[in-house]
Design a binder for this molecule. Structure first.
Ligand code: ADP
Ligand code: MG
Length: 982
């Protein structure tokens, strides 16, 4: 911005300077702009380079205005003057080589907008231009100063032209047509103009269209469609609008699109020139940009709004939107060098002149315009005809004149400069007498500004690229977020489902836990009771032992006392002996005394003393007597206590004996439980269905079964068990099922299984929680024996219809199915199959049983290959099918059999020929029952069941089954039809 405003101030300087300078070749009046023959009240710009005769009023209006007013390169006050800038190309390798001993022929004074052209070694001439670009000038600045005001004007609805004029190789194409694909800072005027136009227009309401043409030898060729040559120019006689109806017009979508078009045009231009054996320097390249903008303003005063038209009201008086059409021409002119110098390349001079006809005609028009001539020869060439509505006048026109620095081309450079001067209407500036010191400094700064400008633009480009990349990344992030969120939602849904499932499972486990807790509490009560009694017995024992201890202590004490007494007696005895001895001694002494002593008195004294001594002796003797009797008493007491101790010991021994007896009894009880776990199984369950039919054969079998000595043995054992159960109590036995000790569990489950075999016990077992305990064992035990016996017990309980519903309610079918899948033990599988087969006999439970996987489990157990297991499976299927057919007959069951989905029908058909008689009968029965239901007919027919049914009706070993099969084949119309079809 700063550089721009400083440049504007240069312009002011220049204009002030221009006013004060004296021109050598033309009067000050020649530095005037040419006024247009503007039709007042018309929004379209008028046409200036017009060959049509002009009315006198128009001629008078093309007045010359003294160039004394303040103006910038494109001043709003002087819209009609052709702006001319000069650009010096940097030296190239060729210049450096050939100009080694020459000095430059031009010297630029950009701050004064002057160019000094040296005539010879001692004199030079100075020319003023609207702008002077040194060799370091950036493309951006050239665009902004030369072309941008034209582009802005075109965007505002006026036609405009930017032309590059100069000798071949001086940078016309560089200035105008450079694509700058690698380095955006090198982009030329065409690209930058379109960039601005695209940015200022909206694709929704506006249109930007381009044509790209080449003018060579007065023939217009379409560079976007090179096959189109000699395209005619059309001029609207009324409006004077110039158009090329034959040229390709492409609507530009974005800058990339435009760059592609330019590239195509460039390639075509190159190809065309190669083909014609010409040089691009001989042709003019013309880019035509047509802009249509819908304007939301009402144009009140056209003249006033010519420059600021966009600032008016929205619509015209009728509210009709206004469309503005304008045209921008960007022309890369042919080289301005003299024909003789560039060589005619084998063409005749006339032809060579023809090549440059357009260029010389342009010069003539410019001269005529500059000289304010009444006739402007625009009709002389195609170029001037094309430019008629876009050059000068109310149209903005900029000319960029390119020159090279080399002195070798002095003449061409001079003529080029003169062309520019004529276009400007300013000829030959006066030589400057003095030069300013700040010039070099200014030049340096200018150079830095240019360098920085290019750098800034490069950075801007990089930033734009980064921004684009970041935006792309952001978009990708958004996408991945959305994706992640989707995944999360589905996962949370899955988790929620899982959660619900787990919760329900947990509820089940909780229930079970509660149940176990109850059991536990019960057990704990019992344990605490047992502990209490144990404590009591311990207390008792303890009491006994303290009693014994006290006894022993007392005895000891007495013994001690006795010993003391005896010692005392002995002491006394010794004492008395001593006294007697003393007495004897005294007597002897007395006698001696009596002999020896003469005094009676002494004798009396002694006699008295003796008497005292005797008395003492008597006392001691009586004391001794009493002690002796005391001792006797104590001895008696001791004997008594000993007796008592003995009796207590006796009692303890008795208690010990009693305890041992109880223990023995318990061991006996354990032993009394039968070792053969199969014994508890009651075959009745297997036969229930058959018995109800009154099958005599089966009854016989049953009879023979019962007369079996083993059976008798079993019933004997069972009686023992029943007795034990009475003694111990069913409740206690059921509690033993939950024992920690698996041995105890095994025994207990065997007892329960045996009890369950008897109808009379079943109700009690279930009521007292036996069924729950058995199901718990199925759920938690890993011990084969326990699983087997528990399944058997459940099979026995499942004979009872009431129990069947209970078993199902408590998830028994699921547990049985699970057990079936986790064991390979054929005995266990037989029990499980038996239990499921019994459940199959309850019509109300069929659906739940199927849903809980009962049928699948049954069919799965066939894998064991054991005929016993398979027989149970077949019995189960027969029970199921029978219940279903009963339901169908009674009218409360519709649709095809639940067995079919699980593959039971297929299995039945495949096993109808099995060798096992019992299995075969069940299979036959099952098939007959399935055939009862019309809805099963389709599956039976497709599975080949009709043939099997026919076979059953003929071959079955049992008459009732044969009859049943016949009946089904007869009654089921679909089967009947299929049978007849055979
Ligand atoms: P013209 O179109 O006038 O015949 P070009 O535009 O083809 O000339 O330029 C001739 C050569 O000079 C090209 O290689 C171009 O890149 C180079 N050139 C022209 N002007 C400049 C400049 N201002 N800066 C750098 N190189 C330039
Ligand atoms: Mg060129």
């Amino acid at each position: 911005m700063a550089s721009r405003s400083s440049r504007q101030s240069y312009s002011h300087n220049h204009n002030n300077g221009s006013a004060s300078s004296s021109s050598t070749t033309s009067s000050s009046s020649s530095s005037a702009a040419v006024s247009s023959r503007t039709t007042v009240g018309h929004a379209q710009p008028a046409h200036n380079i017009s060959g049509r005769p002009k009315p006198p009023s128009a001629t008078s209006r093309r007045s010359v205005t003294p160039n004394s007013r303040t103006q910038s390169f494109h001043s709003d006050q002087e819209p009609r003057r052709v702006r001319v800038a000069i650009r010096l190309r940097p030296r190239n390798a060729e210049d450096l080589l050939s100009d080694a001993d020459f000095s430059d022929c031009v010297e630029l004074q950009p701050e004064l907008k002057r160019l000094k052209l040296s005539k010879n070694n001692w004199s030079s001439e100075s020319y003023r231009f609207d702008e002077v670009f040194t060799e370091t000038a950036s493309q951006k600045r050239v665009y902004e100063v030369v072309a941008k005001p034209v582009v802005e004007s075109v965007l505002n609805g006026y036609n405009g032209t930017v032309m590059a004029y100069g000798q071949t190789g001086t940078g016309k194409t560089y200035t105008v047509g450079r694509l700058g694909k690698e380095d955006a800072s090198e982009r030329g005027i065409m690209v930058r103009a379109l960039e601005d136009i695209i940015a200022s227009t909206s694709p929704a309401s506006d249109s930007v269209e381009v044509s790209y043409l080449q003018l060579y030898m007065e023939s217009i060729q379409d560079l976007l469609a090179p096959e189109k040559t000699n395209i005619p120019i059309n001029e609207d006689p009324k409006t004077g609008d110039v158009s090329l109806p034959g040229a390709t017009v492409v609507r530009v979508q974005d800058l990339d699109h435009f760059l592609q078009l330019l590239q195509v045009g460039e390639a075509n231009r190159h190809a065309a020139n190669t083909k014609m054996n010409t040089e691009s320097s001989r042709s003019h390249a013309i880019l035509m940009v047509h802009i249509r903008r819908s304007v939301h303003e009402k144009v009140n005063d056209e003249i006033n709004s010519q420059e600021k038209g966009t600032k008016s009201d929205l619509f015209d008086g009728n509210g009709i939107p206004i469309v503005r059409k304008s045209k921008l021409l960007i022309v890369d002119l042919a080289g301005s060098e003299r024909i003789d110098k560039s060589g005619s390349e084998g063409l005749l001079l006339e032809e060579a002149k023809f090549i440059n006809l357009s260029l010389s005609s342009l010069g003539k028009c410019i001269n005529a315009l500059a000289e304010n001539s009444s006739h402007i020869p625009t009709r002389d060439s195609k170029l001037t005809r094309l430019l008629r509505d876009s050059f000068g006048g109310s149209a903005r026109t900029s000319l960029i004149v390119t020159i090279g620095p080399s002195a070798r081309h002095h003449a061409e450079t001079a003529s080029t400069i003169m062309f520019g001067q004529r276009a400007m209407k300013i000829v030959n500036m006066v030589k400057l007498k003095e030069e300013f010191d700040y010039e070099s400094l200014s030049r340096k700064l200018e150079g830095q500004v240019d360098h920085l400008t290019a750098e800034i633009e490069r950075q801007q480009k990089l930033r734009d690229d980064d921004k684009y990349k970041l935006e792309k990344q952001l978009r990708e992030c958004h996408d991945s977020f959305a994706e992640a969120r989707k995944v999360l939602v589905t996962r949370s849904e899955i988790l929620e489902k899982e959660n619900i499932h787990l919760e329900s499972e947990m509820k089940g486990i909780l229930n079970e836990l509660n149940h176990q807790k109850d059991l536990n509490n019960l057990m704990q009560d019992k344990v605490s009771k047992l502990e209490m009694s144990l404590k009591q017995s311990e207390q008792h024992q303890l009491e006994n032992s303290t009693y014994q201890k006290v006894l022993a202590d007392t005895t000891q004490m007495y013994e001690k006392k006795m010993a003391e007494l005896i010692k005392q007696i002995e002491d006394e005895r010794a004492h008395s002996e001593n006294a007697e001895e003393q007495l004897a001694l005294m007597k002897k002494l007395l006698s001696e005394h009596q002999k020896s002593i003469q005094g009676q008195k002494q004798i009396d004294e002694l006699a008295l003393k003796l008497q005292e001594m005797y008395q003492l002796h008597e006392n001691t003797l009586s004391e001794l007597q009493s002690l002796k009797s005391e001792n006797k008493d104590l001895l008696l007491q001791k004997a008594k206590l000993n007796e008592e101790l003995h009796s207590v010991r006796q009692r303890l021994l008795e208690q010990e004996k009693q305890r041992k007896g109880i223990e023995n009894e318990l061991i006996k009880l354990k032993r009394a439980v039968p070792e053969n776990e199969n014994d508890f199984e009651d075959k009745k369950s297997y036969m229930k269905e058959e018995l109800s039919k009154g099958s005599s054969e089966f009854g016989n079998r049953m009879g023979s079964y019962r007369s079996n000595p083993l059976r008798e043995n079993i019933s004997g054992q069972r009686a023992t068990i029943a007795k034990i159960c009475e003694e111990v109590g069913l409740q206690k036995i059921l509690q033993l099922l939950t024992s920690e000790d698996s041995d105890v569990q095994v025994h207990a489950v065997k007892v329960v299984a045996n009890l369950a075999a008897e109808d009379i016990n079943q109700k009690r077992i279930v009521e007292e929680g036996g069924l729950d305990a058995l199901l718990m064992l199925l759920r938690s035990s890993e011990t084969t024996t326990i699983l087997r016996v528990a399944s058997g017990a459940i099979a026995n309980l499942a004979m009872n219809e009431m129990n069947q519903a209970l078993i199902m309610d408590k998830g028994g079918a699921l547990l049985l199915a699970k057990t079936a899948s986790k064991t390979e033990d054929p005995q266990t599988l037989r029990m499980v199959a038996g239990a499921l087969a019994n459940l199959c006999g309850n019509e109300k439970l069929l659906t739940v049983l199927k849903e809980d996987g009962g049928i699948k489990a049954l069919l799965g157990m066939v894998r064991s290959g054991s005929s016993d297991v398979i027989a149970q499976v077949a019995r189960g299927l027969a029970n199921f099918a029978k219940c279903e057919s009963r339901g169908v007959i009674q009218g409360h069951r519709i649709g095809r059999s639940l067995l079919i989905d699980d593959g039971a029908l297929t299995w039945l058909i495949a096993n109808s020929n099995t060798n096992s008689a019992s299995t075969r009968r069940h299979v036959e029965l099952a098939l007959c029952h399935l055939a009862q239901n019309e809805d099963n007919a389709k599956d039976i027919i497709s599975g080949g069941g009709v043939k099997v049914l026919i076979q059953i009706s003929v071959e079955s070993s049992r008459e009732d089954i044969r009859n049943l099969a016949k009946k089904m084949l007869r009654l089921n119309p679909s089967l009947q039809a299929d049978m007849h079809a055979r």
